[in-house]
Design a protein. Structure first.
Length: 65
């Protein structure tokens, strides 16, 4: 079940990646829902995504705490 939540989170983040503020809100929600190892996976996924959308870099601060 937890893995399904991780995949769902990635889908949602991908869909809202056009708006950095909305993306950051969804990242905050994801941190509350996901397991610690999934948060690390999510951080790596977001780093890869920010190569295409550099404006999303600001959301990484939520994952570094």
């Amino acid at each position: 079940m937890a893995r399904a939540m991780f995949e769902y989170t990635k889908i949602v983040l991908d869909k809202v990646s056009f708006d950095a503020n909305l993306f950051c809100k969804e990242v905050k929600k994801a941190i509350q829902r996901l397991l610690p190892h999934e948060i690390e996976e999510l951080r790596l996924w977001i780093i890869a995504l920010t190569r295409q959308n550099p404006e999303l870099n600001q959301c990484l601060i939520y994952l570094n705490t």
